[in-house]
Every structure is written in structure tokens, then in C-alpha cells.
Design a protein around this ligand. Structure first.
Ligand code: LLP
Length: 424
């Protein structure tokens, strides 16, 4: 017997109707499924706005939303309206943000291997800042500048040599990393010196991002200490601590809040006498728990003494995280959201491989049946954004719900979308 789904994993404005059906911002899950079909990403807009506001308060000198976590035009506009800048990691993310109406000056461009095209796009469109990741990138910027490009404001990404204690694929702050300039080997200082002496670059600060889904407060502290010392010794105006704050995915997990993270960073900077503005760029902690994915159960296989498989109409194309990182999720039946879950199940998708698992160790009420609506919470970050068309599956729709209203912000793909780029 597994306890009912913890309300702390659900979007802020989740309620349960008398008949047991879960509702998001006042709209019943079954009505959403009827209107928009499944699989469906449902985002609680007020929840996202609250997290943006919390971030703006926690980092009053400036905070950007890391769009890689989830990006569509509505999301870009929302973060901008709430006073955030936008962190973009490719020309594609920059393009979507600009198309949404976000001024280019509010964007920060990342990337460990920015192309000429991306750097030129940043210069030509007046992207606010870029975060420099390599000496080759500096050379590319010089070349573009000497060909008539405009100078660009930049931070240098440093590698502080800090273990983030997260999955190795999303850990980025240790010395053996493809990202940034290592501090301990003196490369970071060299890069700062080099960039400060170029007409092509207006060096405004340093940046570090130690990884994602980080729960260890000590890692944030250590990384900020390294940044603070380096920032003080060069007297640069900005110090960015990146993103990375972890969020709970399972009933028994807890994490610190965005405000608490801001306080940890603020305290280190205060103790070290930092005068630079202190900025950050959270992604997951803004949108992760704002969304649930709704699926329809298609088949249930009880393998006696082995396992029960519940297969739904989605899979690794809408959430590749379990397959990629072994990430754990919860699941619950939309029509009995407040019930205990007696039956252990493995929730799988419809793809042609056994790794297509959405929830390895799930549990559902015993009366689950084909046609039921299942929900997986905390799917707001790195699900839709890492989705694919594997097996030529159509990507799900995304709706924003707010005060009883649903807005379709990304429509479901149609079969003809599969041929958009096919030159056949
Ligand atoms: N800043 C930089 C430079 C980053 O590379 C990232 C994430 C962020 C900020 C935002 O980090 P967040 O606050 O969201 O943790 N696909 C993986 C996560 C990859 C994160 C990549 N960089 C996952 O699904 O867990």
C-alpha cells in the first residue's frame, strides 16, 4: 500500500472534486482530456508566475529563466512579464524568445560550442549578454567584430571544481567538464585577462553553473565562494551563480525553496564583501512542479509474480528523463487523486523498446482499468522540451490553465507535421 500522491508534488492550484476527480486551476482533468486529448501537458500558470516572482525577490539584482527547461512563446512572455530575463542556449531558443516579443537585450546566450551563426545572430540582434565558454569562442567573436560586428557584453563561464551530487550527465561544475574555464588551473584568470583586453568584448562578469537537480546546499555554497573570490579579485560588475536548484519528484523527497537558495548565495556574497550584482538563472525550479502530464491507459498486463505493466498513450517521446537518467516519478489516477494506491505497477509508453518507462516503481488503486486517465506530476521541466518524434509519434499539446480558463499554447502535432521537413 502506497500513500496517496503528496499535494506538494502537484501544481499549487490543484483541487479534488467530490467525485474524486482532480482539477487544475478549477478545470477537471477529464474535461481537459476530452477537450485537448491525451497525452497532454497541463501547466498551472499562476504557479509558474508565483515561482518567477519568488525568483525575482530572491535575486533582486537580476534573474533569468533558463528556457531549456520548457519554452514556447507563452512561456517566454510569461517569464518576461514577471520581470525575468531569459537564458537561451542556442539560436533556436533565442529565436523563439524574440518571436514571443521578448526584447533581445533581455536574453543571455549560453553554449559550450556556439557557432559563428549563433554569435553573429547575437551581435546583429542585440542580445544582452553572452556567456563565453572557450578560447575558440573568443577568437570567433574577434573575427566577427573585425568583419564589422558590434561589440558584445559577456561573462566568462568558470568551472569551480565543485561536485554537484547529481546524475553525472547533468553535473557540470567539476574539473573534468566540457564547460567553462577551470579555476584551479589558472585558465579562468587567463580567459578573464584575455577578454578584458579586447575591443570586441565588454567583459561584465563571471558565471558558473554546477549542474542541475542539485539538492546539496554545500555545493551551492562552495561554488558561490569560488565565484565571489574571483569576482572580487577582478572587480567585475556581475556574478552569476547559474541555475540547478533541485525539485522533489517523489512523495518522500524535499528540497529547499528558491528563496532559501537565494539566501544561501546572498549570505556567501555578503560574508565575502561582494559588491558585484548577483544574478541567477533557474529553470527546473520555476516550471518543474507547475505541470502534470495526463495520459490514457491503453492496456494493462499482469505478469503473475513478476510485475504489472500499465501502458499509456505517451512514453519516452514526451518524457525521456527516466530512460536517460533513471529519474523517478509518481503516478496517480485522475479520478481518485486522493486515494491510497494499493497496486504496484510499472508505467510504460507505446514505443518499441523496453527502456520506454515513465514510472518504474509506481502504484495505483486496484480498480484501474483500460481507458482510465493517469497523471504524472512534476513534468513541467525537461519533458516537453526534450521531447521527440521517435517512432513518428505526434508530440502532445500544452495547455496553460488559470482561474477556470484553459489556453492551448502548443497544439498537438498532426500527421502532416511529420512531413514538414521531408523533401521526399
Ligand atoms: N544555466 C545553465 C548554464 C544551464 O546549463 C542550465 C541547465 C540552467 C541554467 C538551468 O538549470 P536548472 O535550474 O533547470 O537545473 N535535461 C536535464 C537537465 C539539464 C540541465 C542543463 N542545464 C534533466 O532533465 O534533468
Amino acid at each position: 500500500m502506497v500513500a496517496k500522491i503528496s499535494s506538494s508534488l502537484l501544481p499549487d492550484n490543484t483541487t479534488i472534486h467530490e467525485d474524486g476527480m482532480v482539477a487544475f486551476a478549477g478545470i477537471r482533468a477529464d474535461d481537459l482530456a476530452k477537450e485537448y486529448g491525451t497525452p497532454l501537458f497541463v501547466y498551472d500558470e499562476a504557479h509558474i508566475r508565483q515561482r518567477c516572482r519568488e525568483a525575482v525577490q530572491a535575486f533582486p539584482d537580476g534573474v533569468s529563466y533558463a528556457t531549456k527547461a520548457f519554452l514556447c512563446k507563452a512561456m517566454a512572455r510569461l517569464a518576461y512579464e514577471e520581470g525575468m530575463g531569459l537564458d537561451v542556449a542556442t539560436i533556436g531558443e533565442a529565436f523563439v524568445a524574440i518571436e514571443a516579443g521578448v526584447p533581445a537585450a533581455k536574453l543571455t546566450m549560453h553554449g559550450n560550442n556556439k557557432s559563428y551563426e549563433e554569435l553573429q545572430y547575437a551581435m546583429e540582434n542585440g542580445i544582452g549578454k553572452i556567456v563565453i565558454d572557450s578560447f575558440d569562442e573568443i577568437a570567433k567573436i574577434e573575427q566577427l567584430f573585425s568583419n564589422g560586428g558590434s561589440p558584445i557584453q559577456a561573462l566568462i563561464r568558470i568551472t569551480p571544481g565543485v561536485e554537484a551530487h547529481t546524475h553525472e550527465y547533468i553535473s557540470t561544475g567539476e574539473e573534468d567538464s566540457k564547460f567553462g574555464f577551470t579555476v584551479s588551473t589558472g585558465l579562468a584568470e587567463k580567459a578573464i585577462d584575455k577578454a578584458s583586453n579586447l575591443k570586441a568584448i565588454e567583459l561584465i562578469g563571471i558565471h558558473a553553473h554546477i549542474g542541475s537537480q542539485v539538492f546539496t546546499q554545500e555545493s551551492f555554497r562552495k561554488s558561490t565562494e569560488t565565484l565571489a573570490d574571483l569576482s572580487n579579485s577582478f572587480s567585475l560588475p556581475e556574478l552569476s551563480v547559474g541555475g540547478g536548484l533541485g525539485v522533489p519528484y517523489l512523495n518522500n523527497e524535499t528540497s529547499i525553496s528558491i528563496s532559501e537558495w537565494g539566501a544561501i548565495v546572498g549570505k556567501v556574497c555578503e560574508d565575502r564583501g561582494v559588491t558585484a550584482r548577483v544574478t541567477a538563472e533557474p529553470g527546473r525550479s520555476i516550471v518543474g512542479s507547475a505541470a502534470v502530464t495526463l495520459y490514457t491507459v491503453g492496456t494493462i498486463k499482469k505478469l503473475d509474480g513478476i510485475r504489472t505493466y500499465v501502458a499509456v498513450d505517451g512514453g519516452m517521446h514526451d518524457n525521456p528523463r527516466p530512460a536517460l537518467y533513471g529519474s523517478g516519478y509518481e503516478t496517480f489516477l485522475a479520478r481518485s487523486a486522493a486515494s491510497a494506491r494499493q497496486m504496484p505497477v510499472t508505467l510504460v509508453g507505446k514505443h518499441c523498446e523496453s527502456g520506454d518507462v515513465l514510472v518504474r516503481d509506481g502504484a495505483v488503486p486496484e480498480d484501474i482499468t483500460v481507458g482510465d486517465l493517469l497523471a504524472t506530476p512534476v513534468t513541467g521541466a525537461y519533458g516537453q522540451s526534450m521531447g521527440s518524434n521517435y517512432n513518428k509519434v505526434l508530440r502532445p499539446a500544452v495547455v496553460f490553465v488559470n482561474s477556470g480558463q484553459a489556453e492551448l499554447v502548443v497544439r498537438r502535432e498532426e500527421l502532416t507535421d511529420l512531413l514538414n521537413t521531408d523533401m521526399g
